[in-house]
Design a binder for this molecule. Structure first.
Ligand code: FAD
Ligand code: NA7
Length: 540
């Protein structure tokens, strides 16, 4: 077993810190704690290698929808200058290659044990240590537990009747198997979220027939994925200091200035002009946040954006019945989607759209999918693009126990809690990366902000000789109230999506994000430091 990689400072512990997860978050945490602070660190991932999201999501068409220049770490100026990419957005292999470059540069891989799932984490009040147990039967003790479990990582596979009887292949996009060749196959895709849109666009020209099983119609704007030449990339490189400053003080951290103009303050012609420009430019977050400042908060502005997209659907899709099925009927208030010529896909002869809200999937048969009406679709492969048990999914799947044996799943039974998206009451020395009620942004900048705060807090603990740190209950409750109050000022809770837990039957619809933006979030973290950690308890 690969433990004691550095000299453990904390007496009685096998290692100073355990890190779970080998995505952007976990990898950066290992670097900060082990390489910069000299702590001994043991890290785990249930996957076979590093990458997290980008290890698991290898489906055809997998792409970032954050632009290439800002879907990367900002802290290493040399690595930034070495960066290279071809298009405005990064493909999954490019992101995985980038993360490998990062891991090799900082010799991070040697801290990891892969193919190892952490099954339980238990805090021992007498020793002040975490006991971390894996599915390999190992238990290791550590003072600090850092979880980078991913907020879009625990896959959601609906339990359709008869699914085991299906003789073809079933693949979930979030756990894509090696070596699947879909050329010339009759493929069914269930789900039309961000992932479904990408996989549908990629498979339409490849499959002999593609059947899309759509439950909710979505608003999809063009992505604008054009080549970026050396001059363009060099321009980003020359401006990186300013770019990151802007990103960290913005709302969504996507590398553009959010609009301050309400759609409700301008004429209809002006709205049309601004939306058309954004449509031509491409980008989901740009369309929602760079055009006008009130699309996510005002019904009138939201209707204006939604109606613009619906008019585009009517113009693009030739078959009026298909166009009708593709028109969303709810608010434009889910994670904004984008894709290359998405609606155009439905003009192809080899693509059909099935509305499973009107005619639900009743069961899988040995040869395909049967609907409630009795209609049958014969398929060789079914792709589940059905998303994730988002945000807390990987937390509640693990047996996590804090003070007095309190269970995290029990504590979060009415929705996940947490303080600053990082800590939780009664779970001392637990630091979550992208835990519940953290910022809703381009996520790499938020990961950096959080990991840097966590590393600074741990450095302070070590230098001041503290044994434990945890949020005061009232500080945790007040944070959740703040998150709820901010989200209630938006239209997001009114749309059914993973952002509020509405995508999984039985999951509690509750606040899961701090929607005030990364700039305000960074200030909240700084306030805690400036108050000398007044909202936290030490050595309880
Ligand atoms: P992850 O990368 O999800 O890593 C978590 C890791 O923890 C996984 O490898 C998992 O195996 C491991 N793990 C979990 N539980 C355990 C356990 N019990 N034991 C051992 N290991 C465990 N975000 C953006 O900002 N922009 C984008 O364009 C974007 N595109 C995306 C596209 C897709 C298809 C998906 C699924 C997500 C996308 N995201 C995007 C979100 C993306 O998840 C984050 O940007 C980022 O990669 C998260 O990094 P992470 O380290 O927090 O978590
Ligand atoms: P999403 O956005 O949760 O989308 C999942 C899709 O699957 C969505 O269209 C769902 O319909 C559909 N779905 C889920 N369960 C079913 C069942 N039982 N039957 C039919 N259709 C179903 O997940 P993604 O992976 O696309 O994206 C998640 C995030 O990852 C994304 O925002 C990016 O940040 C990356 P619904 O809309 O719920 O009616």
């Amino acid at each position: 077993m690969n433990i004691n990689l550095g000299k453990t400072r904390n007496k009685g512990a096998d290692v100073d810190a355990v890190v779970i997860g080998a995505g952007f978050g976990g990898l950066y945490a290992v670097h900060k704690l082990r390489n910069e602070q000299g702590l001994s660190v043991q890290a785990y991932d249930s996957g076979g290698d590093i990458g997290g999201t980008w290890f698991w999501n290898r489906y055809p068409g997998a792409l970032s929808d954050t632009e290439s220049f800002c879907y990367r770490y900002s802290f290493d100026k040399e690595l930034l200058q070495q960066g290279n990419w071809k298009m405005r957005y990064l493909t999954q292999p490019e992101i995985l290659a980038y993360l490998n470059e990062f891991v090799d540069r900082y010799d991070i891989r040697r801290s990891y044990q892969f193919n190892t799932k952490v099954t339980s984490t238990r805090f021992d009040e007498t020793t002040g240590l975490w006991h971390v147990t894996t599915d390999k039967g190992q238990t290791i003790t550590a003072k600090y537990l850092i979880t980078g479990l991913g907020l879009l990582s625990a896959t959601n596979t609906p339990k359709f009747k008869g699914v085991d009887s299906f003789k073809g292949k079933i693949c979930h996009t979030g756990a894509w198997p090696e070596g699947v060749d879909l050329r010339g196959k009759r493929v069914g895709v269930v789900g039309t979220g961000s992932t479904g849109v990408q996989v549908i666009i990629a498979l339409a020209p490849v499959a002999s027939h593609l059947t899309v099983f759509q439950r909710s119609a979505q608003y999809v704007v063009p992505i604008g994925n054009w080549p970026e030449d050396e001059a363009k990339i060099n321009d980003y490189k020359a401006r990186y200091d300013d770019i990151w400053k802007q990103v960290r003080s913005s709302a969504v951290a996507f590398g553009f200035q959010e609009s301050t103009v309400p759609a409700t303050s301008v004429s209809e012609a002006e709205r049309e002009r601004v939306f058309e420009k954004a449509w031509q430019r491409g980008g989901g977050f740009r369309f929602m946040f760079e055009t006008f400042c009130d699309i996510a908060t005002s019904q009138e502005a939201n209707d204006a954006a939604a109606n613009f997209i619906k008019r585009k659907i009517a113009q693009i899709v030739k078959n009026p019945e298909t166009a009708r099925k593709l028109m969303p009927t709810d608010l434009y208030a889910k994670r904004p989607l984008c894709g290359m010529d998405y609606y155009e896909v439905y003009n192809r002869d080899n693509v059909s759209l099935v509305d499973v809200k009107a005619d639900p999937i009743s069961e899988f048969t040995p040869t395909g999918i049967k609907l409630a009406s009795g209609a049958e679709h014969e398929l060789d492969v079914v792709v589940f693009a059905t998303g994730f048990d988002a945000v807390e999914g990987n937390y509640t799947k693990m047996d996590m126990r804090g003070r007095g044996g309190v269970s995290m799943s029990q504590q979060w039974k009415d929705g996940p809690l947490g303080y600053l998206g990082i800590m939780e009451a009664d779970f001392p020395n637990l630091f979550m990366i992208l835990g519940p009620n953290g910022p809703f942004t381009n996520l790499v900048p938020s990961i950096e902000v959080q990991v840097e705060w966590i590393a600074d807090t741990i450095a302070m603990m070590e230098s001041e000789g503290h044994k434990t740190i945890e949020p005061k209950l009232e500080a945790r409750d007040s944070w959740i109230d703040t998150c709820r109050m901010i989200s209630d000022m938006t239209l997001f809770p009114k749309a059914e999506s993973w952002i509020f837990g509405a995508n999984i039957p039985g999951k509690k619809n509750a606040v899961r994000f701090y929607l005030a933006g990364i700039g305000a979030y960074g200030q909240e973290l700084q306030k805690v430091v400036d108050s000398d950690y007044a909202t936290l308890d030490f050595d309880r």
